[in-house]
Design a protein. Sequence first.
Length: 197
Amino acid sequence: MNHSLPVGSVPQGPENGPDRRRAGDRPVFLVGMMGAGKTTIGRHLARLLGREFVDLDHELEARCGVRVSLIFDIEGEEGFRKREASLLEECTRRRNIVLATGGGAVLAPENRRYLAERGLVLYLRATADELYRRVSRDRGRPLLQTANPQERLRDLLAQREPLYESVAHLTIDTGSAPVANLARGLLPLLEQHEVNS
């Protein structure tokens, strides 16, 4: 079910192929660690597919009126995860979207079920070193506010990677490829997956 491809092997397709919407309106869900590129790649992919882009964390912030970090401060991780699960259940019912989930959205079994059953799941994979390089200066990551954020990131990746893999229909190594190329390269993979499913 899950096809894993390194960056170098992602086919490079034309930005506006003959029928870029042929895959229908089945939602595309992006999972992966913080810093994997879900929001950045998701925006490009949604534009190429002519779809709405939704970032689950940003949607949650808009509804709550505060940043994710403040939700963590006030309600703790458990409170945040409850809010996240409720919103994920709602968002995964929407058609014709590209949804970037939060890094920990896969922790709850019901969330994994919603993702796997309601859309096409792409796991954007990156190494712990690459992830740390991308997020080390970002103070808005509550789970990394520790004495050793790099070690914390490695622990989180070890815990979550099997969960990402369990829901993913396709796994893509993000590496250092330009985002626009990576997003364009996903189009034929999505098309092929739809044809074969």
